[in-house]
Design a protein around this ligand. Structure first.
Ligand SMILES: *[C@@H]1O[C@H](CO)[C@@H](O)[C@H](O)[C@H]1NC(C)=O
Ligand SMILES: *[C@@H]1O[C@H](CO)[C@@H](O)[C@H](O)[C@H]1NC(C)=O
Length: 249
């Protein structure tokens, strides 16, 4: 999956969600018993059209989960300073699929299921479609009526170091990341030359970009992490995160 870091952090978030005693996998058992089936129908169709939809929606769920309240879905309006207009939104896509799910769910159970729960359900289904594990999704999140645009600055950026939030990953000759595998770095320079098209995409996981697996961690061990904020988890030798990478691979 092209956004495995997001996935990993997202799963951590879901565990935090689990600790909330008010959430329950059977939250909609009497009010919308088919919600999971409805979400699955839309998501499976979307995955047939777009192999990246899993990465997109799991990432959206992660970005939303600095609250898990659906606030990322609120567009700019009177009194709402949309989170979508902040810098971290540039990597967030897939809003149309969420709209499609919401429409189908509303048709069957109007006014019952929160958008935050829809994102959580869609993420679990997409993880399983990409070969990952299934889990019972705790439900019962309430949607926010306000957005927290300033709060998007809490979302970690791709260029962050473990301890310093402002060190940039650079691919130019003057400042190569000293830890990156040379052949991989060479490929990246060809794929994304300086001054090239800034909207070009590159897989975060060069090995199995569309699968939910642990190659992300193997890649870090092989110095093939695309983002500095990823590679530094393994390359900062004194950091606690090295053991985490080794454990998950
Ligand atoms: C749930 O879906 C099944 C299969 O489509 C259907 O038979 C059943 O009536 C639905 N239940 C509710 C409560 O909508
Ligand atoms: C993200 O923010 C930019 C800048 O405000 C805006 O033009 C764009 O439509 C937003 N993208 C999404 C997907 O919301």
């Amino acid at each position: 999956m092209s956004s495995v870091l997001a996935t990993v952090i997202c799963v951590v978030m879901l565990f935090w969600g689990n600790s909330d005693a008010q959430l329950s996998p059977t939250f909609y058992a009497s009010t919308c018993p088919n919600v999971s089936r409805i979400v699955r129908g839309v998501v499976e169709q979307a995955a047939r059209n777009d192999v990246r939809i899993g990465a997109k929606l799991i990432r959206m769920h992660f970005h939303d989960c600095f609250g898990c309240d659906g606030s990322i879905l609120l567009v700019e309006a009177n009194g709402i300073n949309s989170e979508q207009d902040e810098l971290p939104n540039l990597s967030v896509e897939g809003y149309g699929v969420v709209d499609d799910i919401k429409t189908d769910v509303e048709n069957v159970c109007p006014g019952i299921v929160s958008c935050a729960d829809i994102l959580a359900l869609a993420s679990e289904i997409l993880v399983t479609l990409a070969g990952g594990p299934a889990w019972k999704v705790p439900l019962g999140r309430r949607d926010s009526r306000t957005a927290n645009a300033a709060g998007t600055s809490d979302i970690p950026g791709p260029d962050e170091t473990l301890e310093n939030l402002a060190l940039n990953q650079r691919l130019d000759d003057a400042n190569p990341d000293p830890t990156l595998d040379t052949a991989y770095l060479q490929k990246l320079r060809q794929a994304c030359p300086q001054g090239g098209n800034p909207s070009r995409l590159n897989n975060l996981d060069p090995t199995t970009p569309d699968d939910f697996d642990n190659n992300y961690f193997t890649n870090l061990q092989n110095n093939r992490g695309l983002l500095h904020s990823d590679q530094t988890l393994f390359s900062t030798s004194e950091a606690d995160t090295v053991a985490v990478v080794n454990r998950f691979r």
